[in-house]
Structures are given as structure tokens and as C-alpha cells.
Design a protein around this ligand. Structure first.
Ligand SMILES: Cc1ncc(COP(=O)(O)O)c(C=O)c1O
Length: 382
């Protein structure tokens, strides 16, 4: 198989990740923070290590402000629903994923309103477009760091400056950038940041996190056993356990530490350069065909390794199906859980074919992909 769906989840996972999950399940086994025996202590150590690794990746933030979650989606829900109250107004871009737009839409019934900042038809945001949309009650700007459809990066630092100067909080959805770009929330004026463990950080599925700036208060969305202050019926005030009720995905988090170690070993810049080079090769190949429409910015220097396109007259789902069944190539077609982004780039309601590369894809794989597309184009135009 040629796997070109790394924006959904990265594959393959490094050997160290697989070994760490197997080791946890076969040799450790205990529930972190739930007992004093050696197995639970070892489990706690592993989970703490992953938390510290993530904190150091984010410019050495306080590890207690990293809340583990099973996915970016859950982390975004915690940020949005734990923070916003009736009367608050939120700004989000027209490139946001449903993981931001559905919670915001759901909060409308509780009196939280939101407006979308329009992006261009190539998915780009001009930070100046935010200014006229700010209201006195604007409490939060929710910003996708890189589009999961077009791959372009949103200028978080510029938006962060605008937000900080006006006392507005900034939440960043780093689903497509964690592990691909060095992110320092302090330098970017970011107050909350949600990310996955299972995409760019190369960890197992079922891992993700929310970072919340020190001093910022948030209401927990779920309450229960934390392994601490068990005598009290009140949810502990201490971070991160205030937000981590219930047994965590300790095998997944043990694996995530090894994913992070692999990313650090490869280097952010080397990963980003490799992925950009693969997209260049892909673009060179696809642009030979006048029937192919490519979305996103022409200049791909500020983009991740994600690119979407369509073949004129052909349904994107059919293209993905042919790639899968005739060529064993995995891509994702449709709306990518981002209907607003597809409206923005003009591909709603059918969507597009999305190719998303990862650190282990090769130029040969991209050449094979382009060859498959050439055959599909030829077959359908004859
Ligand atoms: C931009 C963006 N936000 C949020 C998500 C949701 O991430 P998760 O699958 O970790 O819940 C995704 C998933 O692809 C995404 O691309």
C-alpha cells in the first residue's frame, strides 16, 4: 500500500512506538495514579514523561498545563465548552474543521455567538479582516494552524498579536502542525492549543492534548475519579487531574513518548522540508494535466504536506475508490470534516481528493501516484 492519508492519522508508526505500546500492555499493565504498587508507579512515570516531553516541545511550558485527551476533537471541545459562557462572542476562520465549528454551533443554544472570518478562495487569511468583526463581547478567536484541506498555514503570530492587544483569548487547532513545526505558544500569543498525538507526532490513535496557559481558568467537562483527594466529593482544583477524570490511555501515551522522540530525532525542519519536496514533485506531476484543478495557494512555501485536487468531470469519491482498489493507494476524498473550508475554496458539496504525505513517504511513491492519476485521466478522457 502507498499511504497518502497522513492528515487523518500518520502511518506507519515508528517501531519504537509499537514496542512501547506492546511493552506497556505486556510488562507494565498498571493504572497510572491509581495505586502505590510498582506497576502503577511505573505507569505514572511513563505518563509523566510524555507530559514533560510535550511541555518541552511547546517551548518549555508548565507540564501541569498539558491536559491529555483522546483526540484533538475532545481537547477542542474542552477548550471551547470549558471556557465560553452565555453572552460571549467567538471569531473563527472560514477554514475551520467541524471539531471547532460544531461545538461553536452547539453553544449557540446557550447564548454563545460566533462569526466566521472569511478566507480567500485559496484558503488564506488576511489578519486585517479580523478587525471589523471584533465585538465588545468577543472573548475568543479560534484558529486552525494549517488547513487540513489545502495545507496552508494561517499566520498565528499576527492574529495572536491582534488578540492579545485587545484582551481576546486565542485558541489554536494544531491538528495539522504538531510535529511539523516548532510551536512556542508564548511567542505566538497563544492561550490554548489543542493537538493530536496520532498525526504529526507519530503516536498511537486515542492520544491528544490541550495546553492551557498558566493562570487561565477552565471548567472541567467531566468529573470523577482522579486518583487524588478521593475523600472529597468535589473535583480537585489541581491541574492536570482536574480535567483528567477516569483511566487514561496509558499504553497510547507510552507510545506517544516514542513518537515524539522520533520526531525530535528526525527534526521538525527536516520533516517539513521532506514533505514540501514531495508536494513539489506531486505538483510537477499533476500540473501536466489540464483536466486537474489544484486548490490552495500557488506558492507552497507556507504549506504543510497536504494538497487537494479534482479531476474535471470525475467525482472525487470515484477517484479515491479507483486509487484504493486498482492501485492500493490510500487518499481521502469528500469534505474532510471541513465543509466551511470546502465552501471557501469552492468545492462544496462534493469536496476534493486529498493527498497528505508524511515523513516516511518517498519520491518513488509520489511518482507511482502521479502515474496512477495519469492512467485514470487517460481512461476517462478516451
Ligand atoms: C484541522 C483539524 N482539526 C481537528 C481535527 C480532529 O483531530 P482528531 O482526529 O485528533 O480528533 C482534525 C483531524 O483531521 C483536523 O485536521
Amino acid at each position: 500500500m502507498i499511504y497518502l492519508d497522513n492528515a487523518a492519522t500518520s502511518f506507519p508508526k515508528p517501531r519504537g512506538v509499537i514496542d512501547a505500546v506492546i511493552r506497556y500492555l505486556s510488562e507494565i499493565g498498571g493504572n497510572p495514579g491509581r495505586a502505590a504498587h510498582a506497576s502503577a508507579r511505573e505507569a505514572s512515570k511513563l505518563v509523566d514523561r510524555t507530559r514533560r516531553l510535550l511541555a518541552s516541545l511547546l517551548g518549555n511550558v508548565d507540564p501541569s498545563r498539558i491536559i491529555f485527551a483522546p483526540s484533538t476533537t475532545v481537547a477542542l471541545n474542552l477548550a471551547i465548552k470549558g471556557l465560553l459562557r452565555s453572552g460571549d462572542h467567538v471569531l473563527a476562520t472560514s477554514m475551520e474543521h467541524n471539531s471547532v465549528l460544531r461545538p461553536l454551533n452547539g453553544l449557540a443554544r446557550l447564548g454563545v455567538t460566533h462569526s466566521l472570518i472569511p478566507c480567500s478562495s485559496s484558503g488564506e487569511l488576511d489578519p486585517a479582516d479580523i478587525l471589523p468583526l471584533i465585538q465588545p463581547q468577543t472573548r475568543l478567536i479560534a484558529l486552525i494552524h494549517a488547513s487540513n484541506v489545502t495545507g496552508n498555514l494561517i499566520p498565528v503570530d499576527e492574529v495572536g498579536k491582534i488578540a492579545r492587544e485587545r484582551g481576546i483569548l486565542l485558541l489554536v487547532d494544531a491538528a495539522q502542525t504538531m510535529g511539523k513545526i516548532a510551536i512556542d505558544p508564548e511567542k505566538l500569543f497563544v492561550d490554548l492549543l489543542a493537538g493530536p498525538g496520532h498525526k504529526g507526532l507519530l503516536g498511537p490513535m486515542g492520544t491528544g492534548f490541550l495546553y492551557v496557559k498558566s493562570g487561565l481558568e477552565l471548567e472541567p467537562l467531566w468529573e470523577g475519579g482522579t486518583g487524588t483527594q478521593s475523600e472529597s466529593l468535589r473535583q480537585p482544583e489541581t491541574w492536570p487531574e482536574r480535567f483528567e477524570s477516569g483511566t487514561c490511555n496509558a499504553p497510547g501515551l507510552a507510545g506517544l513518548a516514542e513518537g515524539i522522540a522520533e520526531v525530535l530525532q528526525l527534526g521538525f525542519e527536516a520533516i517539513a522540508n521532506h514533505e514540501r519536496r514531495l508536494v513539489e514533485v506531486l505538483l510537477e506531476g499533476l500540473s501536466q494535466f489540464p483536466q486537474i484543478i489544484i486548490y490552495g495557494p500557488k506558492d507552497r512555501r507556507s504549506c504543510t504536506g497536504t494538497l487537494s485536487f479534482n479531476i474535471q468531470e470525475l467525482d472525487c469519491a470515484e477517484v479515491a475508490h479507483i486509487l484504493d482498489t486498482a492501485y492500493t493507494i490510500a487518499v481521502r476524498s469528500g469534505l474532510h470534516c471541513a465543509p466551511a473550508a470546502h465552501r471557501t475554496i469552492g468545492t462544496f458539496p462534493h469536496g476534493a481528493v486529498r493527498v497528505s504525505v508524511g515523513p516516511y513517504n518517498t519520491e518513488e511513491e509520489i511518482h507511482s501516484f502521479v502515474k496512477a492519476i495519469a492512467e485514470i485521466v487517460e481512461f476517462h478522457s478516451s
